[in-house]
Write a protein that binds this ligand. Structure first.
Ligand SMILES: [Zn+2]
Length: 473
């Protein structure tokens, strides 16, 4: 009896013991490989070691690699079925090696760079954004190595791993699109984007919907600063200080009611969402932009914050600072940073003009820190249909919608160069998993990793079949 109990205990303990950094287990499964790459602290600017590891893995998998940039802060390479020099039309899966920082705090159930596998879930910074996705793309492409040797496939399939996405893409996707587009010979980019979600349609919560992004909001990072000389000592309150001016300005711009702006993509998205949902609520969604519903649309959209961000510019205060000083000195400088996301029809110039008018104080300086390039929407084409067909094979009964992505990714560099790019995570995600991105406890279930690989494989298969059928005609 006692023996059995100990055995049971051993089994339980064994099952829940995480695989921690330093334990190098032989790699048998994609999730174990993911666990390995999660152990690299590849914050933006420090991608080389994880990149080198993945490059060697790609070679072991039988893929052809091309190293574009080989410095510590800019490590970019591709792994493809055929050498890029063959110049086959190329389907490029775009992935980034860098992750945002994570503080190893009590908030994390398992340390962020441990790559722990516990209860059939892989834990760590980058599980979803985006090492886990890059790994799924790599496994899917590598599964076609033998087939590509036996016959000439109509496309080359490539995973492009780049640096610095989280810091604006300058040392990764931007560099590649400036110097290497001829070699890549890209027919289509499949990058980061929307996943499969349930509970989207009010009348059909069980219906899974994949949001395939065809355009993104433009990111615009601003610095607002004020220099104001005062008498210094805070025992005599100053009527206008750098802080009072800046705080008033921040209040003015963040309390403004955002204007609702529809474009072609969002109009189409709401129409399709309405059709999928059906009934009265479907009718409302479908006609949300009609004159009939205009007086009510803000109220309706406010109930769905995610849908509201699709049609409004957002302004988020991300930092506020004064130079270091004792508490009894009035600072002469105040600085704040904003992350703004603009709907595609609003230009930076137009947005800044409005912002200045709203602030209405010449003492506030506005500087652009960074912005994503202007891009045109990648209209759904037959490749989009092939991706949709692949997704439907992997997730029977799912719906696929072309959408505006409310964030900004490296896809925008390709779109701004006239290359079609669709954004997609072919995974079923729930609210908890989505909220873990850029936050504590980023994780991905082992099952989801395996299904993601299958979905990418099916997308590749559909793209091949579509081209082969076309050639036969
Ligand atoms: Zn990302």
């Amino acid at each position: 009896m006692k023996y059995h109990f100990q055995l049971l205990l051993l089994v339980i303990v064994f099952k829940v013991t995480p695989v921690l950094a330093g334990d190098t287990l032989p790699i048998h499964t994609p999730s174990q490989l993911l666990s390995e790459i999660l152990k690299y602290r590849s914050l933006s600017g420090h991608e080389k070691s994880v990149g080198t590891f993945l490059l060697n893995k790609s070679l072991e998998m039988g893929l052809n690699v091309h190293l574009f940039n080989d410095s510590d802060s800019s490590f970019n390479f591709s792994a493809s079925l055929y050498p890029l020099e063959e110049q086959k039309p190329n389907i490029v899966f775009l992935s980034h090696l860098d992750v945002v920082s994570a503080v190893d705090s009590a908030e994390w159930l398992h340390p962020p760079f441990s790559g722990a596998i516990v209860h059939d879930t892989v834990w760590g910074r980058g599980c979803l954004d985006m090492k886990g996705i890059g790994l799924m793309q790599l496994e899917a492409v590598a599964s076609y190595v033998n087939e590509a040797k036996q016959k000439s496939l109509p496309y080359n399939f490539t995973v492009l791993f780049v640096s610095g996405e989280e810091s604006g893409g300058t040392l990764g996707a931007k560099l590649i699109t400036e110097h290497n587009l001829p070699l890549l010979n890209t027919s289509l980019v499949i990058g980061e984007g929307g996943a499969g979600l349930k509970n989207v349609l009010p009348s059909k919560p069980e219906q899974e919907v994949f949001f395939l992004s065809i355009i993104e909001k433009k990111s615009l990072w601003l610095k607002l600063s004020v220099r104001q000389k005062t008498h210094g000592h805070s025992s005599l309150p100053a009527s206008t200080s750098a802080n009072s001016i800046l705080i008033k300005s921040i209040d003015r711009i963040t309390t403004e009611r955002p204007i609702i702006i529809f474009n072609k993509t969002t109009k189409n998205m709401f129409r399709q969402l309405g059709e999928l949902n059906g009934g009265v609520q479907g009718f409302v969604l479908k006609h949300i932009n009609s004159w009939l519903l205009r007086p009510f649309r803000r109220k309706i959209l406010k109930r769905e914050p995610l849908l509201l961000t699709e049609v409004t510019n957002t302004i988020q205060l991300t930092n506020y600072s004064n130079p270091n000083g004792p508490p009894n000195v009035i600072p002469g400088v105040a600085t704040s940073y904003f992350d703004c996301r603009l709907v595609p029809t609003v230009t930076t110039k137009k947005f800044l003009k409005k912002l200045k008018r709203r602030i209405h104080n010449h003492k506030v300086d506005i500087d652009i820190i960074d912005q994503s390039p202007d891009e045109k929407a990648s209209k759904p084409n037959e490749q989009f249909n092939a991706i949709e067909a692949g997704l439907k094979k992997a997730y029977p009964g799912c719906a696929v919608l072309p959408v505006l992505f409310p964030a900004t990714t490296d896809n925008s560099y390709f779109r701004s160069n006239g290359i079609k790019a669709f954004g997609l995570l072919p995974l079923e995600l729930n609210q908890t998993l989505i909220e873990s991105v850029h936050s504590a406890n980023e994780c991905v279930p082992v099952n989801t990793v395996n299904k993601g690989i299958e979905a990418y494989k099916m997308i590749i298969r559909e793209l091949i079949n579509q081209e082969n059928t076309k050639m036969k005609k």
